[in-house]
Design a protein around this ligand. Structure first.
Ligand code: HDD
Length: 625
């Protein structure tokens, strides 16, 4: 028997390649998904900035965008309750410009020095590496309870914004105030916004938990699938512009990253659009190796003296060098620009802070009071969940005290859920420095003031637009009503929705001489993976569905998660017992997003269903008996 000689060098070569397709993961924002696309300017912005990519209407600039969660490891679930990173690299003619933002317009802290403490508190515990991608833990809330300046961001992080339905359905923000400078050297302050064409949508917490098990790649897959299908995700680029002379015109400090400028005070001017039209070909070489740096700007865009931004500028280059192990990684193809990058890595120090930096609660209160009722309730429930997982009564109590500074009703409601009395707002015994003196140098905070609400802060008021790419599950079995299915499919698909057949098994599902291919079986398709459900008629089909326990779960979960539900003919029987079913004999009624036609599916019914899907979730169900 002849032996194959052992070729050690060939083996090493193969293994080297394998070993090199790894990088240490990012310290924060490790889990991400990216895509290529372009930015197109709507108008010339030369009066405000000399940035070339904003010079003329129609000018297109290639971009790479990376979305991420913050605290989880690279292999963690997409549906963690967390802030989402929204980092855009513009490959402009004048070098790369990185706008490294989040899906929330404010941040936890005012001082970059505290960032490592924040990260350590949000990461799994050092001794047992738990919990993963979750802030419902003592260390995190202990930190937050000593950080009154984080309270505005906490309102955002506990809101539905922290569990988006899709990366394509969330806003992006530059967070800091930046500056624009024109050719004459005149400057202005700007805040940057990304407004999604599909409007703002979130899932419920119960859904988020279930999606994490059903499809931990839910957001990543959603982005990838949309681009593959030619449904290119789109955002409008908006700026809020403030004259330099108005630097002190607000009742907060413009350079404080825990504050936002209400859109009702300074409107968002939409000056361009971002379109993502190409998936990466190699996740590692593109999404993993891409390196962003807030100090990478182009002439015409400048940094402000925001102390947090100044700290970030100093931090990112070092982080990239350590991670990529090759200088700062800017020679890697995904990071290479068409002109040399300008690196504003000069740390300009903290400067002095105005008194307004001590007002931690006014905007937290404004955010809270700007929410719709269901949004407000979700925020309370999120706090009950998070603090309910905290074991230290002292941390819970201190958090209730902090919440009371924002709003005493909120504190009372969360306190009730925790079974704890709410400390008095003025109980100064709870106002001591943190045990590790982290905040011992802090000056006393200012009490919350009542300022006008900002309707733009509620997702319920975001611009909605149709039902494109919304996923509708159609539940059928052998013998379904072909006409019902055909008519509903036509109505949904002509409005841009994606229809998916869910059946007891995969393969061809027959009805008379027709068949339709199932996309999911009850083993693979769960209600949480869809935006709406439809059950067509067909006696035999409906009787078969009734025998599957998964169908009951499907319908109940869709109901509980406030999703639009439609049924026709015998299919209506599967909705029996849902509080919102109001079908009268021969009547078509749509209530709380439930559309039923006891007879055949009709145009009117299909229209009503499309409308119900366009509304998103039907939150009123949450408060029905
Ligand atoms: Fe940061 C990554 C956004 C504050 C230090 N950050 C990172 C990413 C985003 C943000 C989107 C991932 C980029 C990517 O997709 O590769 N970070 C923010 C925002 C902040 C912020 C919007 C506040 C306004 N960050 C912040 C501070 C510091 C850092 C104050 C440190 C002083 N951030 C980092 C980092 C990371 C990072 C450690 C980790 C990996 C990396 O940079 O590339 O340097």
């Amino acid at each position: 028997m002849s032996k194959t000689p052992f070729d050690a060098s060939a083996l090493h070569e193969r293994f080297d390649r394998l070993d090199h397709a790894r990088l240490p993961e990012r310290v924060v924002n490790a889990r991400g998904a990216g895509a290529h696309g372009y930015f197109e300017a709507y108008e010339s912005m030369v009066s405000l900035t000399r940035a070339d990519f904003l010079r003329e209407k129609g000018r297109r600039t290639p971009v790479f965008v990376r979305f991420s969660t913050v605290s989880g490891f690279r292999g963690s679930t997409d549906l963690a309750r967390d802030v989402r990173g929204f980092a855009v690299k513009f490959y402009t003619e004048e070098g790369n410009y990185d706008l490294v933002g989040n899906n929330m317009p404010v941040f936890f802290i005012q001082d970059a020095m505290v960032f490592p403490d924040l990260v350590q508190a949000a990461k799994p515990d050092v001794h047992n590496e738990m919990p993963q991608a979750a802030t419902a833990q003592d260390a995190y809330w202990e930190f937050i309870s000593h950080m009154p300046e984080s309270m505005h961001m906490i309102m955002w992080a506990m809101s539905d914004r922290a569990i988006p339905r899709s990366y394509r359905m969330m806003e992006g923000f530059g967070v800091h105030t930046f500056r624009m400078v024109n050719a004459a050297g005149e400057g202005c302050f700007v805040k940057f916004h990304w407004k999604p064409a599909l409007g703002l949508h979130a899932v419920t917490w119960d859904e988020a938990i279930k999606i994490s098990g059903n499809d931990p790649d839910f957001h990543r897959r959603d982005l990838f699938d949309a681009i593959e299908a030619g449904e290119y995700p789109e955002w409008e680029f908006g700026v809020q512009v403030v004259d330099e002379k108005d630097r002190h015109a607000f009742d907060f400090d413009l350079l404080d990253p825990t504050k936002l400028i209400p859109e009702e005070v300074v409107p968002v001017r939409r000056i361009g659009k971002l379109v993502l039209d190409r998936n990466p070909r190699n996740y590692f070489a593109e999404t993993e190796q891409v390196a962003f740096h807030p100090g990478h700007v182009v002439p015409g865009i400048d940094l402000s003296e925001d102390p947090l931004l100044q700290g970030r500028v100093a931090a990112y280059a070092r982080a990239q060098a350590l991670r990529l192990g090759v200088g700062d990684g800017h020679d890697l193809p995904i990071n290479r620009g068409s002109a040399p990058s300008r690196d504003r890595s000069r740390f300009r120090g903290h400067g002095s802070r105005s008194d307004a930096f001590r007002d931690h609660f006014t905007q937290a209160r404004m955010f809270l009071h700007s929410q719709s009722e269901p949004e407000y309730n979700h925020l309370c429930h999120a706090l009950e969940f998070e603090l309910g997982k905290v074991s230290s009564p002292a941390v819970r109590q201190r958090m209730l005290f902090m919440l009371a500074q924002v709003d005493e009703d909120l504190a009372a409601s969360v306190g009730k859920g925790l079974g704890m009395p709410v400390p008095r707002k003025n109980d100064r015994s709870l106002d001591g420095p943190a045990p590790d003196t982290r905040d011992s140098q802090k000056l006393p905070w200012l009490p919350a003031r009542d300022v006008p609400v900002s309707p733009a802060l509620s997702m319920a008021n975001s611009r909605q637009s149709g039902i494109a790419t919304r996923k509708v599950a159609v539940l059928i079995a052998d013998g379904y009503d072909r006409n019902d299915l055909a008519m509903m499919r036509k109505a949904l698909e002509s409005s841009g929705a994606w229809v998916r057949i869910v059946a007891p098994q995969l393969g061809a599902i027959p009805s008379h001489r027709d068949t339709v291919e199932a996309d999911f079986s009850f083993r693979t398709g769960d209600s949480v993976l869809f935006d709406a459900i439809y059950i067509p008629g067909g006696r035999k089909s409906v009787d078969a569905l009734k025998r599957h326990v998964e169908v009951g779960d499907f319908v109940r979960d869709s109901w509980r998660h406030c999703k639009p539900i439609a049924a026709s003919g015998a299919g209506v029987e599967l909705l029996a017992g849902l509080p919102g079913t109001v079908s009268g004999p021969g009547k078509l009624r749509a209530a709380h997003g439930v559309v039923v036609a006891p007879g055949k599916a009709s145009d009117a019914m299909a229209d009503a269903f499309v409308q119900a899907i366009a509304k998103g979730r039907h939150w009123a169900r949450e408060t029905l008996a």
